[in-house]
Design a protein around this ligand. Sequence first.
Ligand code: MCN
Length: 798
Amino acid sequence: DTNEATESADEPDGDGSSGAFGSAIERGEDVPLLTGDGEYTDDISLRGTTHLAIRRSDHAHARIESIDTSDAAAMDDVIAVYTGEDVVESGVPNTIPTAWDLPGLVQPQYRMLATDKVRHEGRGIAAVVAETPHAAHDALERITVEYEPLEHVTDPVEAVERDAPPVHDEAADNVAFDFELGEADATDEAFANADQVASVDLRQPRIIPNAMEPRAALADWEDATGKLRLWMTSQNPHLHRMLLSAGTLGLPENKIQVIAPEVGGGFGSKIYHYPDEAVTAWCAMQLGRPVKWQATRSESYLTDCHGRDHVTTGEIALDDDGTIRGVRVETHAGLGAQLSQFGTATPSYLYATVLSGQYTIPAIHCRVVGAFTNTTPVDAYRGAGRAEGIYVIERLVDVGARELEMDPAELRRRNLVQPDEFPYESAAALVYDSGEYERAMDLALDHVDYDELRERQRELRDEDRYIGIGIGNFVESAGLSPSGLAGDLGSQAGGWESSIVRFDSTGSVTVLAGTADQGQGHRTTYAQIAAEELGLSVDDIDVVEGDTDRIPQGMGTYGSRSASVGGGSIARGAREVREKARRIAAHQLETSADDLEFVDGEFRVTGAPDRSLHIQTIAHEAYLGHDLPEGMDPGLEETNFYDPENFTYPFGTHVAVVEVDPETGEIEIERYVAVDDCGEIINPMIVEGQVHGGITQGIGAALYEGAAYDDNGHLQTRRMDEYAVPHSTQLPEFETDNTVTPSPHNPIGVKGVGESATIAATPTMVSAVVDALEPFGVDHLDMPITPESVWRATEGDR
Ligand code: MCN
C-alpha cells in the first residue's frame, strides 16, 4: 500500500501540484528513529557536562524545618548542592508562571525549588550537581531534611469541604476558581419542562501521561555573551523561551535559545514550564558549566503533570420522543498543588464548551470548581478538557436512553446537528465549523451491522452470555484560535502559528515551522503540504522544527493544532512564494502573470507550453537577482503568521463490541470500529497511526489506567509495573474508516486528528461494558473498569 502511495506521490497530477497531499507517504522520520540514530536530549553531550539530580519531597504536605546539605556537598564528585534559598538569594525572578487567567483565580507563589513548605510528594527541594549522574543521585540520599508534617488532602471534593487542610494560605477553602458557563435559568426551565430527567455521578481518574522518553534538559551558559542554550523535551520551545525569560530567569528572550531535539512522546506532558528544567538552566548559570538533568521513570510519574481528575454530577433533561432539552453539569476538578500553565483552562473552557457534543441542546449550564489538592499538578493530557466533556455528554446520552427505554443509537440520531445547520452555535458557546455527523455515525454502525448485532446480543443473553455495544459520538474543538478570543478568555499566549517557506538558491526548499513534533510525523506531512503548493516532490523539502534560534517564532504542538494552524501557515507561505515566483516567471517570459499556468512545478505560457520556467529555476534567478521585475527584492522566501478565524471541529463515531464475563469480570474487546472525520487528509497512513494511538490511550483510561494516592498522600502508582497501560495483546485489530468534511475556514481544509480517538474511545468503551451489563441493572461504572469492578457490580445478580 505504502509503496504504491509513494509512487503516486512522485507522479505530479497535472494541475500544478505534486499529488503529495493526500498520499500515504512513508514517514521520513522513522528510519533514524527506529535504527537508533534519533538524537534525544540525553544523547547530547557537551564538553565538561555535569549532572543534576533533584531531591524531592517524601511528604504530601509538610513544613520544611531545615535542610542540611553539608554531607552531600562533601561527597566525591559533587560539585554543588543548592536549596530553594540559594535560588531566592541569586535574585532571579524565580517564578513558574501560569499561562491562563480566569476570573477570581487564586495564583499562589510557585518557585523553582520549595522553600517554606512542600505541598505534594515529589516537589523539588534541593539540587545536586555532580560529575556523574550516579554521584548526583547518591548524594541526594545524604541531604537531611527535617519536616513538620501537615494534614493533607488529595481528593478534589474533600479539598473544598469545610475543615479540609488548606494547601495554600491564599486559598483557605482550596478553591482556585469557581467557573460557570451557559445559562443557569434557561437550563433550570428546560429541566422543569422536560418529560424525563436522568443523571449520572462519575469520576474521571487521574491519568499519568507515560511518554516513552522521560523529561530531560541540558543547559549551557556562556558567560561572555550572557547566552543560555537549553536543549529540552519540549512540545513548544518558543513558549518555554518566553516563560523562562520573563518569569523565571530574568534573561532577555534574545539571550535564550531553546532546542527541542527528537522528543519521545509528550501527550501533553511536555507543554509545561516545570521547575526542573528551569533549575537545570539556573544551575548552569551558577556554575558556568553545562548541566544535564534526565528524569527517571519514577520521577516522571511523580512530577509530569497528570491529566483529568474530575468528579462530576451530570443531568440530562429529555422529552419522551427523545428530544434533549437541557444538560446540567457540576464538576470538581483537581488541579494539584500548584497551577500548571494551562491547568486552569483545561477543566474550564476546554471542558464546558464541548458539553453539547454532536447534539442540538437548547440549554446547557456547567459549573466547575477548581480545587487545590496535595498532589502532582494536573494539566492537559491527550484530549484535554474535550475528552472529559465528551465523556460526560456521552454518558448522559446513554443513561438518558436507558431512562426512555430507547435504543442509544436512535436517541443520538434524533438529536444530531444536521449538515445544513453549520456553522452551528452551541449553547455551550462554540461555533462548530462543519460536520456530517449522521453520515459518520451510519458508517460506523454499518461496519458492525448494528441491528443484527443487537439481535445477536438478545439471543446470547438467553445463553447467559453478555455482549455490549458501545457508541461514542464526539466533536472536538481542535487548534485553539483565534488569538483575540483566546486572549478574551484569559490566555497569556496567542493561538496563531508561524513558519518560513524558503527556496534555497539551487531549488531545494526549507520549511521552518514553529510547531514541535514528538512523534506526529510533521516532517512528512509538512513536506507534503509544501510539495503540493510548490509542485515539487517531498524529497525536495526539508522541514525544521524545534530550535528558537532557527525558527523566529512559534506556539508549538498541542491541542491538535499543527496540521490546521501550522500546516495552514505553511500553505499560506508557500502560496506567497509561488506567487512571487509567478511574477518573476512572467517577467522573464515576457508575458503577464495571468497568462501563466502552473503545471508540474512549471509556469507555462497559456497556449504556448514550450515557453515555460520551472519554479526551481526561478528560485535560482531570484537569488541571482540579475533580472527581476522592476522594484522586486531578491530572494524567494516567505515568513507567515497565521491566526485562524476559528477552531477546527473534527468529529466521528466509534463503536466497540465487548463480551463481559460476569463470573470473572473479564472484558474482551471483540471489535473496535473508528470512523473519524478530520477534514481533508494530508497523509492517510499518519492519520490512521494517530487514530490507533489515540484509541489505545482511550481504552487505557477506560479499562486500565488511573493514578492512585494512598492515605498518606503518597503516589502508589509510580512505576510501570504499578500503573497499567494497555498491552497490544489486550487490544483487537482496529477497524478504521473516514469521512471527509473539509473545514471551510482552513486554507487546506484540514481539521486536527491527534486527540480525536482518545476523546472517542473512552466513552465508547465504558458505554460498551455498561451496555453488556444492562441485564444486571448496571447503568454506569467508573473508570478504570477493572474485572473487579465488573464482578462487584454484578455480585448480587450472579
Ligand atoms: N494530519 C493529517 N491530516 C489531517 C490532520 C492531521 O495528515 N487532516 C497529520 C498531521 O500533519 C500530523 C498528525 O496528523 O502529522 C497530527 O496532526 P494534528 O492533529 O494537527 O496534531 P498535532 O500534530 O498538533 O499533535 C498534537 C496531538 C496531541 S494534542 C497529542 S496529546 C498527541 C498527538 O498529537 N501526542 C502525541 N499525537 C501524538 N502522537 C505521538 N506519536 N506522540 C505524542 O506524544
